[in-house]
Design a protein around this ligand. Structure first.
Ligand code: HEC
Length: 117
């Protein structure tokens, strides 16, 4: 009987621990998505923007669109701005028609460039 109680207590304890680990993981979500966003941007955005210093070829758009680093350095470039921008057609940039998860990834990547300033 005591053994069962001990087992239940142990399970309960580890349940709590994994719950709190889950909370921490949630707050770090942006960091987790950034690598996928980087890969995606290299494929989809790099024809017009410099999306990463080590991208394979220079943008084919002449003159190129502002680099991602230049974009995220602007004070107006918040997460909300990026989400709104990528969710609709704007200016000279064609409507990217990204899926929500692609927006999540690419926004996470762009914001990660901001932090690395
Ligand atoms: C066909 C070329 C092209 C592609 C592909 C492209 N962009 Fe752009 N983008 C532009 C141009 C040009 C601008 C400058 C805005 C303007 O002049 O209207 C721009 C502007 C932006 C801006 C806003 C900068 C500002 O003025 O505040 C963001 C953010 C952005 N692009 C993100 C992306 C992302 C993310 C992708 C990939 C999913 C992407 N772009 C793909 C051409 C492109």
């Amino acid at each position: 009987m005591r053994l069962i109680f001990l087992l239940a207590a142990t399970l309960w304890f580890f349940g709590l621990v994994s719950l709190s680990v889950g909370e921490e993981a949630k707050s770090g979500v942006a960091d987790d998505l950034a690598p996928a966003g980087r890969a995606f941007a290299l494929q989809v955005c790099a024809a017009c923007h410099v999306v990463a210093k080590d991208q394979q070829s220079a943008p084919i758009l002449k003159p190129p669109a502002p680099s991602f680093v230049a974009i995220v350095r602007r004070p107006k470039t918040t997460e909300a701005f990026l989400r709104a921008f990528l969710g609709a057609p704007h200016g000279k940039m064609p409507n990217p028609q990204l899926a929500d998860f692609q927006i999540d990834e690419v926004v996470a990547y762009m914001l990660s460039l901001k932090q690395r300033r």
